[in-house]
Design a protein around this ligand. Structure first.
Ligand SMILES: [Zn+2]
Length: 1055
């Protein structure tokens, strides 16, 4: 068949074009050959030399492949793991790990680090023994290294040190048990600011050799880049000083690869095309860029070692796209020869820095607050989702109590135990969880996890209380307190005393109430028929006995309270205020689906006395006569007292009902103290002079320095007078309500605030509500805030000790995270505010303390969450209103001699409220078998400066015990001293067989820790300041000497 003339012409033209293109290509190829010598010819496909190690006289680039996997943020932790909900974000951790392991198998030179054990342990449990064996070998050879190794990469602003330790221990325990490895590096690459406690406690005391992060103030980073100060020796504790240092480093390129070098399948950065036959051949161009990037970076760092963090959020789902490029990069860079490049890990990098024999600058204190541009202070998240923050803090103490009681009766591995709450709380410490910077559906998922964990822990505790309160003759509790319940179950001796549902035999069964902050508690609110009584068991997790007021919702006005010896004790009844009634109605319906039908509710107040690590029982019954009957206080409406007294404190009010003056009667110190609420108008990012930054979940940016008062109308007060507590209820507006409480013997005032629903309309950007407490202390710009609830750090308004601050945000640039408290000082006087949850605050004027108590925002702040922080509560999906937040803070005015003691002691009580258990007894005069109990040897209490922060039964029945000295050096004249604890007496009659001292995360013996030594710059002033350490515990020791701010971790085995 002949071809047509037109077709033939077309064919000739095509051949000509091909010829021309071939010539052009060959010319380009020739150019390349002439352009550079030696030529960078590729090897046969797939064969690249990827071996390598540091070289002494070259710039050494440590290639560190990594992925940053948030334990919940835009998707829930489950969705991230399995890879569902990809319309929100393409991220699937299971495939990331699958894929990375395959790539590591393909080339043994490749390395990878993995961080979040909340994900890794899930993946691990899904693998075959054969795959596990391969991964084992990778870990053993150092190809795969766990860094950080905690359950998540915790937040450093709103997490308490106890929770940080716990979640790190959980991850480290998994790694130790499966791989017998101890992570060497702290890897906090994404949290929004970095705490002193992270450096010394969760860094040095854990046994890390280095700590890396990405986010520090942009002005700080600029100075550090210019002065080669990006890496330093970080000494986070003033008290432990040079005995607790760590090598710290701010990563060069955030935690990303250098610009233009991201090879993830989701990236658009150009690939290395090394085949000269490709039209897009770019090898030399790429290598030149890589060399340039390395040279630039090395100018900002000391020694000839630099690190490239090759990865980003949820990278390596198709690990091959990364590793194929990295193999080429290593091969060609080394062939080029200007720079030495090799696969590495942060531990290899730190070792290289350590052996470089050079000196380092010293960093003290912390990296708060964090700003990444002049109007972008990430100080909003200190107060984002305050209700969730409150829930986390409450359950942190709840877990502590549950673990103690779980140990008391013996751990049950197959039924309800504390593992689920431990897991949930660990996840909640993630830097997009407790921070409040997650999407709403993720916040809901987090809350659900907490609730599920709490309900399981509740069962553990309720069973334990049932067993421990049962007849002491049957249980012989004094000697058997630690006999596991499951042992008891098999013994007929105990069957008669176990609660229903366990043995079918009768014993008291107990309930708890977790909605006590809105006065909801069905077991205590139930009407008491004649002849019955309500048993209230109060459990104390502290190692000291405590006497304090308890508050219980009840529904009768004729009640009497008896102690465990049967004597009636004074009690007071307070009618429920209308604000709480309304809250209760809405929130009970929203949480439980049921109506809280009981309108007639009162709060019963009495003073309880509870032994250390133990409980006491109180009995409430109907009272017929006046004798011993609870006294009913009634509201004096529209009235405020001019003075309110306790034996130690006096409060004065103005004629309009405002708190005016605070007197500490003990020291005679008097100060003006005024309380007000106001709100900042959030920036919308459009109308301000400097555009582009709105206030959001992360960033706090008010649109002016004005704080608008909420008490625009006359404040309404009512007043309760009584023998145990006096309360002034103040309504500042329809959405701001406060109760000021003064208990009979209290040397402080308690404030309970209720904020919401915060009114906003669609034209608003949002409101950020603060409470301002104004005193007349001349604090001279100085205030003190805690680091994760532990050390107090000095803050100076509009000042940073590390660089000359250009103060561009006078309000938000002075905000700091608070977990325990904030205080001001003038001469011999201190004014302190203690908080019940993580919160943001400042002192913006001398004498003032300010706390941000609610945020309702209508704009996203462009940091990725893509939602406005506009929390609502819905009864059904269309009946919603803005969320109301209720919280507490305590005000104390003390002499300097007494102030720290109050903060430390009261701080522990605030953290660990008495846990309440309720049961019904069918006799109004009846008693329970064992109404009081203490785990410690009779009469033994821990010293006032020591707190038990962990008492947890391990798999094999051993106990992990952590004892924390609560005082800093010089904080208290008597209590800032080394103190001795008797370990045998903590455990009463249970015989301690051995005690081994461990590092903070309990994965190695403290005696075997060998911290790296670092040399400081010669101009650094006396960094090795005086510090005291308690001696290491020796085998056979039953006493431990603990120095100020030490936390000692012990593994106790019983005989
Ligand atoms: Zn993150």
């Amino acid at each position: 068949m002949a071809i047509g003339a037109r077709a033939a012409r077309r064919c000739a033209a095509a051949l000509l074009l091909l010829f021309v293109l071939t010539l052009l290509r060959d010319a380009a190829r020739l150019d390349r050959f002439l352009g550079r010598s030696p030529p960078l010819l590729p090897l046969a496909p797939g064969i690249y030399n990827t071996s390598g190690a540091p070289l002494p006289h070259k710039i050494n680039v440590h290639i560190v492949p990594h992925t940053h996997d948030d334990v919940g943020w835009l998707k829930t932790v489950d969705q991230y793991y399995v890879g569902s909900n990809n319309s929100i974000q393409i991220a699937a951790v299971q495939y990331i790990i699958d894929s990375v392991i395959q790539s590591l198998e393909d080339n043994p030179d490749r390395k990878f680090i993995y961080v979040e054990q909340a994900f890794f342990q899930r993946w691990w449990r899904e693998q075959t023994p054969a795959k596990q064996k391969i991964v084992h070998q990778m870990v053993e050879s150092g190809q795969l290294e766990f860094v950080n190794g905690a359950w998540c990469m915790h937040d450093e602003a709103g997490a308490s040190y106890i929770d940080m330790i716990d979640q790190t221990t959980l991850g480290h325990r998994f790694i130790k048990s499966q791989f017998n490895k101890m992570p060497r590096i702290g890897w906090q690459i994404d949290p929004f600011g970095h705490s002193a406690v992270q450096a010394y406690l969760l860094g040095a005391e854990v046994g890390f050799d280095g700590l890396f992060f990405a986010r520090a103030d942009y002005q700080d980073i600029a100075k550090r880049r210019a002065t080669r100060g990006m890496e330093f020796v970080w000494q986070g504790s003033r008290t432990l000083s040079s005995s607790s240092q760590i090598f710290g480093g701010i990563l060069a390129n955030h935690y990303s690869p250098p610009e233009g070098m991201n090879f993830d399948f989701k990236s658009n950065d150009p690939l290395i095309q090394d085949n000269p036959l490709l039209y897009d051949y770019n090898l030399q161009e790429r290598i030149d860029l890589f060399v340039k990037r390395a040279q630039e970076q090395s100018e900002q760092f000391r020694s000839n070692h630099i690190m490239w963090t090759m990865g980003q959020d949820f990278n390596y789902e198709q690990a091959n796209t990364w590793f194929k490029q990295l193999d080429k990069l290593v091969h060609y860079m080394n062939k080029d020869g200007r720079i030495n490049v090799f696969y590495s890990t942060p531990s290899i990098y730190v070792d290289s820095k350590n052996t470089a024999n050079i000196t380092w600058p010293l960093k003290t204190e912390d990296f708060f607050p964090y700003a990444n541009c002049s109007h972008c202070y990430w100080t909003g998240y200190f107060s984002s989702r305050l209700a969730l923050k409150g829930y986390v803090r409450r359950l942190s103490a709840y877990l502590m109590a549950a673990r103690q009681l779980e140990f008391a009766v013996g751990r049950n591995f197959s039924a309800d135990n504390t593992d689920s709450l431990e897991d949930a709380l660990a996840i909640l410490q993630h830097h997009d969880a407790v921070t409040g910077t997650e999407q709403q559906h993720v916040a809901n998922d987090y809350a659900k996890r907490l609730a599920t964990g709490a309900s399981k822990a509740a069962k553990v505790m309720e069973v334990a209380i049932s067993v421990l309160t049962a007849s002491s003759s049957a249980l012989n509790t004094a000697t058997n307190w630690f006999v596991p319940i499951w042992e008891r179950l098999t013994s007929s001796k105990y069957l008669s005393v176990l609660p229903k549902g366990i043995s079918g035999r009768s014993a008291l069964s107990f309930d708890q109430c977790l909605l006590l902050n809105i006065s909801y508690c069905p077991p205590s609110e139930a009407q008491l028929e004649d002849g019955t009584s309500l048993v209230v068991v109060l459990y104390n997790t502290l190692g000291w006995s405590r006497k304090e007021m308890v508050r219980i919702p009840v529904s009768s006005t004729r009640l009497q309270v008896r102690d465990s010896t049967g004597n009636a004790i004074p009690s007071q009844l307070i009618p429920l205020d209308s604000v709480t009634k309304k809250l209760k109605e809405i929130y009970v319906k929203a949480y439980t689906g049921n109506s809280s039908s009981n309108d007639d509710v009162y709060t019963l107040v009495f003073k309880a006395s509870v032994p250390p690590l133990g409980f006491n029982s109180y009995f409430i019954s109907a009272s017929n006569g006046a004798h011993g009957c609870a006294s009913l206080s009634s509201f004096k409406n529209h009235e405020s007292p001019r003075e309110v007294f306790s034996s130690k404190t006096k409060l004065k009010f103005s004629s309009s009902g405002q708190l005016q003056q605070f007197t500490d009667r003990k020291s005679g110190i008097v100060s003006a103290v005024k309380l007000s609420y106001c709100w900042y108008n959030s920036s919308d990012g459009v109308t301000e002079e400097a555009r582009g930054q709105s206030s959001g979940a992360y960033v706090f940016r008010p649109n002016s320095s004005s704080c608008y008062p909420v008490d625009s109308k006359e404040m309404v007060s009512s007043y309760i007078k009584g023998s145990l507590v006096e309360e002034v209820h103040q309504t500042f507006s329809s959405w701001v309500f406060q109760v000021l409480r003064l208990y009979k013997d209290a040397q402080y005032a308690e404030i309970e605030y209720t904020i919401g629903p915060v009114p906003v309309n669609s034209s608003d950007a949002g409101k950020e509500i603060v409470t301002r407490i104004s005193t007349d202390l001349e604090s001279e710009k100085i205030f003190y805030t805690d680091s994760n609830g532990r050390d107090f750090l000095k803050r100076v308004r509009d000042f940073r000790s590390d660089w000359e601050l250009n103060a561009t945000e006078p309000i938000s640039g002075n905000y700091y995270p608070i977990n325990l408290g904030i205080y001001l000082q003038e001469n011999n006087t201190e004014f302190s505010v203690l908080v019940d949850r993580a919160i943001g605050g400042s002192s913006l004027k001398d004498g003032d303390v300010e706390l941000m108590v609610q945020r309702r925002l209508l704009h996203d702040d462009h940091r990725g969450v893509q939602e406005a922080l506009n929390e609502t509560i819905c009864i059904d999906s269309n009946e919603c209103e803005g969320l109301t937040v209720r919280g507490k803070f305590l005000l104390g005015l003390h002499s300097t001699q007494e102030s720290a003691r109050w903060r430390r002691n009261q701080g522990q009580r605030l953290y660990s409220p008495l846990e309440m258990f309720f049961s019904k007894l069918s006799s109004s005069t009846g008693k329970i078998g064992n109404p009081t109990f203490s785990a410690t040897e009779s009469g033994y209490e821990l010293p006032q400066n020591i707190a038990i922060i962990t008492l947890q039964e391990m798999q094999n029945g051993d106990v992990l015990l952590r004892l924390a000295h609560l005082y800093e050096a010089g904080e208290d004249i008597e209590l800032s001293t080394v103190v001795r604890v008797d370990l045998q007496k903590i455990f009463g009659l249970r015989q301690v067989a051995s005690v081994v001292e461990l590092n903070l995360s309990a994965n190695q013996e403290r005696a075997s820790m060998k911290p790296l030594q670092w040399q400081l710059d010669p101009n650094v002033e006396d960094a090795a300041a005086v510090h005291v350490r308690g001696p290491l515990l020796k085998p056979g020791d039953r006493h431990i000497d603990i120095a100020p701010m030490e936390i000692r971790t012990l593994l106790v085995t019983f005989g």
